[in-house]
Structures are given as C-alpha cells and as structure tokens.
Ligand binder design. Structure first.
Ligand code: GN1
Ligand code: MG
Length: 365
C-alpha cells in the first residue's frame, strides 16, 4: 500500500503535508485529518472508501458534487438570515484532475475540505444544541427539496429499506449457526414482534403517501458541525450516503441519534432512553426550516420514522454480529451485539413514549 503521505500528496491543494492522523469514529470508511504547513486552509479530510460497502465509489463523488453544487446555488439565490453562516463541503481533486485516487493496491481514496473552527460531538447535552442539530438537517432538506432525486445515483442499494434488512436477517438466521444466549434470544424475539410493522415506511411509499427526495442518509449528531465560537450549526458532513430516499430515514436517524443522551456506543445499554425535551428541540429546529415543504403525510409518519430507524439500526448491528462482523468495524467480537441492544432499548423507550412524541409533533407543527 502507498504511504498515507504519498496519498495525501495527491490531493493537497498547496503547501507541505506535515501531519496525518486518524479522525472521527466512522464505522465503514477510514478517515484521516491531514495538516499542511500553510496559514490558511491548514487541514483537509482524506478518506479511504470501503469498496465492499460502496461498490461503485465513483458515484459517491458524483452525488456529492451534484448536491453541494445545488446547495451553493440555493445559498447564492436566497442567503440565510443575518448572523447565520452555512459552509458547503468541497471535493478536492487529485493531481490527475479526477476526484479520487487509486493507490497501488487498488484502494479508493478521496479528499474533502475541512471546516476550520468547527467541531462535532457524539451526544447532545442541552436543548440549544438540539435545536441546532435539527436546524442543520432542516437546512439540508430545504436546500435540496428542489433537486429532482433522479439526478442522484443509488450508491447503496437497499440502504434504509427496512424490509430488505429483514429479508437479509432471515437468510442469516437460516444459514448461520446462531448461538444461544439471553442477549441473542432477546434480540431474536424483539425483531420477531416487530416484523409486520417494520414495513410501515415502505408501504407508505408504495401507496404514494411518501415520495423519494434527496436525502443525507446518515445525519447523526456527530455529522453536524458546530461553530466553536458561536455554538451554531454551520454544516453537515459525511455526504457519502446522499442519494434518493425518504426524508423520514433522515428524520428518524437524526432523532434516534440525538435523543439518546448516553450515545450509541455506550456499554450501559440498560440505561438508554429517548429524551423528550431533546426530541422537541430537534424537531423545532428542523421545522423552523422544513415546515414549508412538508406535507400532511410527512407529518403523519414522523413518529414511525423515529421508532423504525432505531429498530432498523439495531437489526443491522445484530445481523452483522451474527454474520461475524463483516460490515461495521468492531473493537471486540460482541461489539455489534452491544450496539444492537442499545438501539433496541432505545426503540422500546420510543414505543413507551409514543403518545408524548405524537403530542410534541402535533403541538409544534
Ligand atoms: C455507519 O460509517 P458511519 O459511522 O458514517 C452507517 C450508518 C449508521 C452508522 C451508525 C453506509 O455510518 O448507516 O447509522 O454507521 N453507514 C453505512 O453509527 O452503513
Ligand atoms: Mg456515514
């Protein structure tokens, strides 16, 4: 494999590469922060794309450019109010002018700008921050609401289509020698009890109640960048999963991530719960931007989307655990099982608060 420095040299816009370190906690791709010896634009992000997951990685770059170009145009036409800024990621080009670089053993690399003076966190500590997280997703959806979804390629077939994950899970159960433990039994039972309901969003789509739109695909809290000086959300990163989908996948994902105050990586899964104050604040922030383009049906399915995406992520983690951890990177063999238990506990908490969540949605719409 080429050295990281050699790869970074391919993309550096100027200056000399002086440091490269691992960055973030991505479960799929490898991400690095590159530091240059320059005063301005001192950093950029370098990533090795996991091509077992993203089979056509060139398409990710195309989607990213289509979406960032569109957002830039929108921002030019209708800038945000005074005192608000929004940063759009830039794709960096390699020396040969392409937006990716294949190293000597075929690894797929790409680079993106880094937003100076910003940071992100894994969990939300207060409602001001929660509002900002919702606002960021609202900006993203609003700015893309007039981009026809067929301008984007389907870079990850079946992504967030819960019935596909269920079918895959059933196959794995049938083919693999699944061990027995109280945790495994709990998960199997948990999934079985929700099997029929888990088609809810795809049924709504088939009935024409929900329409495909451009989505982010992974708007978890850690992908929303906060201005270190002002505390305001200024960007949403990790645009690998931008593609056509239901905005409900995003709404559900943002809330399952934002309202779990101890985070998806906790080992204290018994302590996981869904926080209603944060839920309200995220939705308020979201609706402050997105209200204008949401339909009656869109509102109707918000509750199900929250419950479903938590459940779906648990199902995805559990299936991967049963398969021997081939999709999500793990630090220990039971890691994906622990992650699944967190999401299932969160799902239960969402279910037990259904009335309160629906009330919040009614009151703030
Ligand atoms: C994966 O790799 P990362 O952390 O950006 C996954 C998301 C999950 C997330 C859970 C392509 O995202 O769907 O919600 O882990 N991405 C893909 O942390 O499967
Ligand atoms: Mg991601």
């Amino acid at each position: 494999m080429d050295s990281l420095f050699a790869v970074a040299e391919q993309f550096k816009p100027h200056g000399r590469v002086i440091e490269i370190r691992e960055f973030g906690k991505g479960n799929i791709n490898n991400t690095f922060l590159v530091t240059l010896d320059t005063e301005k634009e001192k950093h950029f992000i370098l990533q090795r794309i996991n091509t077992k997951v993203f089979r056509q990685p060139e398409l990710i770059g195309q989607n990213m450019r289509a979406c960032t170009h569109h957002i830039r145009q929108r921002l030019k036409r209708s800038p945000l109010g005074a005192g608000r800024r929004w940063e759009v990621l830039e794709v960096l080009f390699a020396q040969d002018g392409r937006d990716f670089w294949l190293d000597s053993d075929g690894s797929f690399w790409r680079a993106i700008s880094f937003i100076d003076g910003s940071q992100s966190f894994d969990t939300i500590k207060n409602t001001e921050y929660a509002r900002e997280v919702g606002y960021a997703l609202g900006i993203f959806h609003t700015f893309l609401s007039d981009l026809p979804p067929d301008r984007l390629s389907d870079t990850l077939k079946g992504f967030h289509i819960t019935p596909c994950y269920l079918r895959h899970y059933e196959d794995v159960l049938a083919k693999y020698n699944v061990g027995k433990s109280p945790e495994i039994n709990y998960c199997v039972q948990f999934i079985r009890e929700r099997n029929a309901w888990a088609h809810v969003l795809e049924n709504a789509r088939a009935q024409g109640k929900l329409l495909l739109r451009p989505i982010h695909g992974d708007p978890k809290v850690s992908n929303i960048m906060i201005d270190t000086a002002t505390g305001q959300a200024i960007s949403i990163v990790d645009l690998d999963t931008v593609k056509p989908g239901l905005i409900h996948y995003d709404i559900g994902d943002c809330l399952r991530s934002g309202c779990n105050t101890i985070g998806e990586e906790t080992e204290q899964w018994e302590g996981v719960h869904f926080d209603l104050d944060l839920c309200k604040a995220i939705l308020q922030g979201y609706l402050s931007m997105a209200r204008e383009f949401l339909t009656e049906n869109d509102f109707f399915f918000i509750y199900d989307s929250i419950r479903l995406i938590a459940f779906e992520l648990g199902l995805r983690f559990f299936t991967d655990y049963l398969k021997g951890n081939v999709y999500f990177r793990v630090r220990y063999p039971e890691h994906n099982l622990a992650r699944a238990l967190v999401q299932f506990k969160l799902t239960r908490s969402i279910e037990s608060r259904e009335r309160a969540i629906r009330k919040i949605i009614r009151e703030i719409r």
